[in-house]
Design a protein around this ligand. Structure first.
Ligand code: ADP
Ligand code: MG
Length: 276
């Protein structure tokens, strides 16, 4: 699979108060392949949202570069192309809804791209089907649940036919049911081929990814398959991060001498390991 995103020595500083610069990212190197599902975790202020904003040129590098499908985000001529390829979904569903009817909301992106009306209608149908929201097409978004609103927001991005979906804590404001709806939707879209970058502080969600990237103070400090990253229980806890409950229990039991294999990150794996 080819590279979709290539970040080289990326640095980002924000102008702070009274000339005090804030260094949000330092020397980030990261390649994301087409079709990959990458979860990004890290404590508050570690630079996750800043990194996400670089992926569709919402902000520009103050050092190094960010390439999307070979296009440099710093090239003003490429910004619209990049934003079409990489769609963003944010934390607060209410801030992302722009229209009074679901279908109009989903149509907003392609309308701005100048897509023909009949093609827009086709895309709206397709996008709502992809997030399992067809039956709400003529509903008012503000009456939907949080999970449904986030799925409408995802449909709005899908209607632009992006290659990559970047979600910045999309479930942080949702109840457990809404979280499951959103994660299930994202997993299914990824299985259908869309590249996913998923920022979360729910470790049980990060387990769904192919690769977990851990950020601390503007740097990537660990990355690898979930089973590998979450087996480093002590290190993650020192960083102030949680680990999936199953990984923590397995680690605890190993401390009492139980011979459990490494890489236990799900409840199912833990049950199988304990009751073979
Ligand atoms: P995270 O998403 O992991 O919580 P952020 O990317 O939001 O981290 O923030 C990284 C650092 O950059 C933090 O120190 C934060 O205070 C700072 N920062 C974020 N946005 C701005 C901004 N617009 N202006 C100044 N500093 C900012
Ligand atoms: Mg953030």
């Amino acid at each position: 699979m080819g590279e979709l995103i290539k970040i080289e020595n990326l640095r980002h500083t924000y102008p702070g108060y009274e000339g005090q610069e804030v260094i949000a990212l330092t020397d980030i190197n990261l390649t994301i392949n087409q079709g990959e599902f990458v979860a990004v975790i890290g404590t508050n202020g570690s630079g996750k949202s800043t990194l996400a904003k670089h992926l569709n040129a919402l902000i520009l590098p103050t050092g190094g570069k960010c390439l999307v499908a070979g296009m440099d985000t710093s090239d003003p001529a490429k910004v619209w192309d990049i934003r079409q390829q990489v769609g963003m979904v944010f934390q607060n569903p209410d801030n992302q809804i722009v229209a009074a009817i679901v279908e109009e909301d989903v149509a907003f992106g392609p309308e701005n791209l100048g897509v023909e009306p009949h093609e827009i209608s086709r895309r709206v149908t397709e996008a709502l089907a992809l997030v399992n929201m067809e039956e709400y097409r003529h509903h008012a978004p503000h009456l939907l649940s949080g999970g449904q609103k986030q799925r409408v927001a995802i449909a709005g991005v899908l209607a632009m036919r992006p290659k990559c979906l970047v979600l910045d804590e999309p479930t942080a404001m949702l109840d457990p049911r809404g979280r499951k709806e959103v994660l299930d939707t994202v997993r299914r879209l990824n299985q259908e081929g869309i590249t996913v970058v998923y920022i979360t502080h729910f470790m049980e969600e990060a387990v769904a990814a192919h690769r977990v990237v851990v950020m601390e103070q503007g740097s990537i400090v660990m990355q690898g398959p979930p089973a590998e990253v979450f087996s480093q229980v002590a290190r993650l806890k020192t960083m102030g991060l949680d680990v999936p409950a199953a990984a923590e229990i397995a680690d605890y039991l190993r401390g009492y001498g139980l011979k459990l294999e490494t890489g236990i990150i799900s409840d199912e794996q833990l049950v199988v390991a304990l009751c073979p």
